[in-house]
Design a protein around this ligand. Structure first.
Ligand code: NAD
Length: 535
């Protein structure tokens, strides 16, 4: 579709630095940055080679907490898309879609056409991506309710849609799961009727067997596992227990009470070579678990889906501070009435969410030493209340106060109402699709012989997660150019330990699209539009 500003088919790059074979795309890529010592800045360039497998594997998605609002909304949404089910509401006939998914509903700028006009393409025309309709889905839940009734219990989707999907979904029964009452709120006990019995080691083995059996019975090439179960309390990091991979495995053998259900799932997933994503705020990835993922080169990502309020916060704090307005107070109130809200009404699980939501303005504040001294940061307060009547339709009220020119003050208040699970479900999809892509990519420095896999901690997925995990030892600071973050994906001894955590939404987004460009040997988006400025 030349001249339309849109590329509607797979992109093919013509360049001596890009080679397409039937099975792979090889990209020789010049990675530019600047190195700074004192006030001396030296431009740097490193030649990297990316190798991306083009064939899409048959992939399974296993959800922990399958019968919850997110799990059922995602499963029903994919089924509706797959079967093209339409449904009636008082507004008229609705068609299924994937709005909210960057892999399915967003385009990226690829370059300019003959008239210097921008040309865009969907991400899956840049490199091949899984189609969500092809995913095989199953999962675990501590509640034995089938997916049809669980979808009804969630009260998220329109009734006419539920009615048409019910018979398919009611055949889907979740596997029993790991229920250890101390780790989630006591108010969840009444739904826990589908629980594994035995020691931690026995439960770990049962989870591993579920994964193996599912993979074999569905003839899957890959399985991705996502925790979308209730938020747990934080785990204490204890030397000798969960601080190293060996200690963690030993602690499981010894049935240690310090190992959370979510860490047990992560370990099962890693030992079965399945990518594991943590969609809740708790610290599933204790140091021993991260070491285990490195040992087996299994990709992990977390924590906590970034669906609404946090996304806005990462945009607004970036906008205010980078406009030179001194943000001094951020206060966020939420109330919600779904089972997630009920679980978060207990102090220990709320604390996990509070920690996850609190870090989001750190990097933009610390990048600005003109306005903020090194130990200074805005007041930041997060309140979450459980109000059953509003169900899944979460309310978020935020107030931002900034100091402005000559002693003035600027207060922005906002009110956001949205079905939480309808925002989270497409984010889960994107995490799965992008994580699967990461498993098909290998990378090396041009001078090296061997390709290696990406670093197992997928910081690339930060756009989709509230409290992004980065490779261990990371300082939580700095606003850097998006393309910088591609290098945190490299598994290489030359990468300094620790990568900066980026919370700002647009840098996170351009980290993804620029990374896509790198995979096909194109330069990162630079926004300069010099073709329109240079006579
Ligand atoms: P939900 O309460 O509706 O669903 C959670 C499900 O997990 C329930 O069916 C519960 O029975 C099950 N469960 C609890 N412990 C389990 C275990 N050990 N093993 C297996 N199943 C278990 O909650 P939700 O609204 O679907 O949200 C799920 C998680 O995602 C929550 O932790 C929430 O904080 C997080 N999250 C949600 C959003 C969003 O926008 N919806 C955003 C960010 C994070």
């Amino acid at each position: 579709m030349a001249g339309s500003g849109f590329i509607g088919e797979e992109i093919r790059v013509e360049s001596p630095d890009v080679i397409y074979t039937d099975t792979e795309i090889l990209s020789y890529y010049n990675y530019h940055d600047s190195h700074i010592r004192g006030n001396v800045v030296t431009p740097t360039m490193e030649r990297l080679v990316f190798k991306t497998q083009r064939q899409l594997p048959k992939t399974g998605l296993l959800l922990v907490g399958w019968g919850g609002n997110n799990g059922t909304t995602l499963t029903a949404g994919i089924l509706a898309n797959k079967l093209n089910v339409t449904w009636n509401t008082k507004e008229g006939l609705n068609h299924p879609n994937y709005l909210g998914s960057i892999c399915k509903s967003v385009t990226m700028r690829v370059g300019i056409d003959d008239r210097f006009m921008p040309v865009y393409a969907p991400l899956n025309n840049v490199v091949p991506l899984l189609n969500p309709n092809d995913l095989e889905i199953w999962g675990w839940d501590i509640s034995s309710v089938n997916m049809g009734d669980a979808m009804r219990r969630a009260k998220v989707l329109d009734w006419d849609l539920q009615r048409q999907l019910y018979s398919n979904l009611k055949e889907m029964l979740p596997w029993p799961s790991v229920y250890i009452p101390e780790w989630i709120a006591a108010n969840q006990s009444d739904r826990a009727d589908n629980c594994l019995k035995g020691t931690k080691k026995e439960m770990l083995n049962a989870l591993r067997q579920n994964i193996k059996d599912y993979k074999n019975s569905r003839r899957l090439d890959k399985v991705v596992i996502v925790w979308t179960a209730n938020t747990e309390k934080f785990a204490l990091i204890k030397p000798g227990v969960n601080d190293t991979a060996d200690n963690l495995l030993r602690a499981i053998e010894n049935n240690s009470p310090d190992i959370s259900p979510s860490t047990l799932f992560a370990v099962a997933s890693i030992l079965e070579s399945c990518t594991y994503i943590n969609g809740s705020p708790q610290n599933t990835f204790v140091p021993g678990c991260i070491e285990l993922s490195e040992r087996y080169h299994v990709l992990i990502a977390g924590d906590d889906f970034k669906s609404g309020q946090t996304k806005i916060k990462s945009v607004l704090s970036d906008f205010l501070i980078n406009s030179g307005l001194k943000l001094q107070s951020v206060v966020s109130y939420n109330h919600l009435g779904n089972n997630d809200g009920k679980n978060l009404s207990a102090p220990e699980t709320f604390r996990s969410k509070e920690i996850s939501k609190s870090g989001v303005i750190d990097d933009v504040v610390r990048a600005n030493r003109l306005m903020y001294k090194s130990n200074e940061s805005p007041d930041h307060c997060v309140v979450i209340k459980y109000v059953p009547y509003v169900g899944d339709s979460k309310r978020a009220m935020d107030e931002y106060i900034s100091e402005i020119f000559m002693g003035g003050r600027n207060t922005i208040s906002m009110h956001n109402t949205c079905e939480d699970s309808l925002l989270a479900a497409p984010i889960i999809l994107d995490l799965v699709i992008l994580a699967e892509l990461c498993t098909r990519i290998q990378v090396k420095r041009d001078k090296d012989e061997e390709f290696t896999k990406m670093h197992p901690v997928m910081s690339l997925l930060s756009f989709l997660l509230k409290s992004p995990q980065v490779p261990p030892g990371s300082p939580v600071v700095h606003m850097l150019f998006p393309q910088r973050y591609a290098i945190t994906l490299l598994k290489s001894p030359q990468v300094p330990p620790g990568s900066p955590v980026v919370h700002m939404l647009f840098p996170q987004r351009y980290a993804i699209t620029n990374f896509f460009k790198a995979l096909i040997g194109l330069p990162p988006e630079n926004f300069m539009m010099l073709e329109h400025k240079v006579p």
